[in-house]
Design a protein around this ligand. Structure first.
Ligand SMILES: [Fe+2]
Length: 346
């Protein structure tokens, strides 16, 4: 049984005033809020963002705001539990849907937060990251880690949309968030996605391995999907058909703070996820999936996104009896593990 503690109003007002004058705060009236019993009380709420609903609003932003007035034309997927103005999906994750129209260019910059993008629709756009031109196709994951130069261009004739995922809320909270602008990059003849095109083998020039912290910047969806299908076929009894995006040289997480995964649900499959400390984001790439988060149910259709707070019970169900469903997941696992607060209760 957790004991009730004294309240602020139990203290004489002249004593409270004397404390405030010295920039002092009594701990006991606030202790249960910052150290609740049993489990955290997250501000992050289960939240769902419909792509069909946001798409016309994003295209309207393309009419209302020219690129030079936006720099990055993004509608932020904000979690009401954190207050919409704070632009957070969870404690550490930021999500934004970005629109690039034909012929537009989002100028080069770099910044302290890590970013990735998952391509949602459109063809012939690209992100140049440190001189490497990464083409953008539906479902591809493109990394722009902390302090890497990046810019976006578009050579096609239809709008291109992608989902940005950043650790911005965390870096901002740490008062370490800022950016630097730069000149347009020259494109270099490097292709990390081709260098690491095959699993289990890596280049070894002069018997040495590449020491770059981010040797691979574009992870094609075609490869992730093929890996999931092969995994499901090879292991018919496997419950959780999932792959993690990693640094192919080290096998470690692709980025330092957030984790990225691709998942397949077999036809008709219901999958109960372990209850874990990190918040998690689900983005639907193919099929239709019901997501149940602590009793709140969302149906994800193509390109829909939802967020579950940490320590919540999450169940996924493929709505199709005939076809597999495919999801992209992002979470805060690398951060929790590095800080020693990671927990899995199942
Ligand atoms: Fe950026």
């Amino acid at each position: 049984m957790t004991r009730e503690l004294g309240r602020l109003e139990d203290l004489p007002s002249d004593y409270r005033d004397a404390l405030a004058k010295q920039n002092l705060v009594p701990l006991w009236p606030n202790l249960r809020a910052v150290l609740p019993p049993g489990k955290p009380q997250p501000k992050t709420r289960p939240t769902y963002w419909s792509y069909a609903a946001l798409r016309p609003l994003l295209l309207k932003a393309g009419e209302l705001t020219p690129m030079e007035k936006a720099e990055r034309r993004v509608l932020v997927l904000a979690n009401p539990g954190h207050g919409l103005a704070n632009m957070q999906a969870s404690a550490a994750m930021y999500l934004g849907m970005q629109l690039l129209l034909p012929g537009e260019w989002a100028p080069a910059h770099r910044h302290s937060p890590n970013a990735v993008r998952v391509i949602v629709e459109g063809e012939s756009a690209y992100t140049t990251v440190n001189g490497e031109k990464c083409v953008m196709r539906r479902g591809d994951l493109i990394l722009t880690p902390s302090w890497q130069w990046h810019e976006h261009g578009h050579e096609g004739d239809q709008p291109v949309v992608w989902l940005d995922i950043l650790d911005l809320p965390l870096v901002y909270y740490m008062e370490a968030s800022y950016h630097v602008d730069g000149p347009r990059q020259s494109v270099l003849p490097v292709r990390g996605d081709l260098t690491y095109a095959h699993g289990g083998i890596v280049p070894s020039m002069s018997f040495e391995r590449d020491q770059k912290p981010y040797p691979m910047l574009r992870y094609p969806w075609s490869e992730a999907r093929a890996a999931l299908v092969a995994l499901a076929e090879n292991q018919p009894d496997l419950t959780m058909v999932q792959v993690t995006y990693v640094n192919p040289e080290t096998g470690g997480d692709a980025q330092n703070i957030l984790g990225y995964y691709a998942q397949m649900l077999r036809p008709d499959q219901t999958l109960k996820l372990p209850v874990r400390s990190p918040a998690i984001v689900f983005h639907l790439i193919e099929g239709a999936v019901d997501v149940n988060i602590e009793g709140e149910r969302f149906t994800l259709a193509d390109a829909d996104t939802c967020c579950a707070p940490g320590y919540s019970a999450v169940t996924l169900q493929n709505r199709s009896a005939n076809a597999p469903a495919f999801l992209f997941l992002a979470d805060e696992t690398p951060l929790h593990r590095k800080l020693g607060v990671f927990e899995s209760r199942d």
